[in-house]
Design a protein around this ligand. Structure first.
Ligand code: AP5
Length: 200
């Protein structure tokens, strides 16, 4: 199979667990390309050509069907590869176990899966505070819905990748700097880090 990028890291965690915040910093400091599935879908839904059912799905906090999502991800990763992006943080993927196989077939298997572990109360507080910064639909009801879905679906994803020995669980309940240092030290403890750091 022709791999679309040299390395892909999947990032999973509750809404407000710090996926976007920590990925952004990791991308800036270590040259990863940061592909947020939520941002990709928000971009697509702001286009006037987009199917209204996709727009409604994202607004409601439901998951976009994988048949729709997988080709979008492939397109974005292939474009990134043309631009020389060889190591990708895929933020917010997978959300359900049955999303994983179709996307892995199109892209490649993940080098690592980072699970950002953060208690619900802390995640909720962050999520609602961000509302003040203006992301549409970030209210308490949306948080509850997304959090319930996350709690229901995430354990089987973690278990699946644990059996492959590629899950890194990071405690992201602390301040951003603390969480980031935990992330970096966990990454540097993996066998994959040297080759990841070498990839430009
Ligand atoms: P998405 O945008 O991925 O939303 P989410 O998972 O709910 O994640 P968030 O972006 O809300 O949280 P985050 O963990 O990134 O937290 P952040 O760093 O911003 O998905 C949106 C929608 O798209 C979904 O509902 C679905 O419809 C669709 N979708 C997405 N993925 C999909 C998929 N795979 N399949 C199908 N559909 C999909 O932090 C939040 C706030 O907290 C920020 O203000 C930040 O400054 C602050 N903060 C973060 N970390 C810390 C810290 N350590 N200390 C203090 N403050 C912190």
């Amino acid at each position: 199979m022709d791999s679309a990028a040299e390395s892909i890291i999947f990032i999973i965690g509750a809404p407000g667990s710090g996926k976007g915040t920590l990925c952004k910093r990791l991308a800036e400091e270590y040259g990863f390309s940061h592909l947020s599935v939520g941002d990709l879908l928000r971009d697509v839904t702001s286009s006037s050509n987009t199917d209204v059912t996709i727009i409604d799905t994202v607004k409601s906090g439901e998951l976009v069907p994988v048949e729709v999502l997988a080709p979008m991800l492939k397109g974005r990763v292939d474009k990134g590869k043309e631009d020389g992006q060889m190591k990708i943080l895929l933020d917010g993927f997978p959300r359900r176990l049955d999303q994983a196989a179709p996307v892995e077939r199109l892209l490649r298997s993940p080098t690592l899966v980072l699970f950002f572990d953060c208690p619900e109360q802390i995640a909720e507080k962050r999520f609602l505070t961000r509302m003040l910064t203006g992301r549409e639909a970030d209210d308490e009801q949306t948080f509850r819905k997304r959090y319930q879905e996350f709690s229901r679906l995430n354990p089987s994803i973690v278990e699946h990748y644990r059996t492959r020995g590629i899950v890194l669980e990071i405690d992201t309940s602390g301040e951003t700097e603390v969480s980031y240092q935990r992330l970096i030290s966990a990454l540097k403890g993996t066998g994959a880090w040297r080759s990841l750091a070498a990839l430009m």
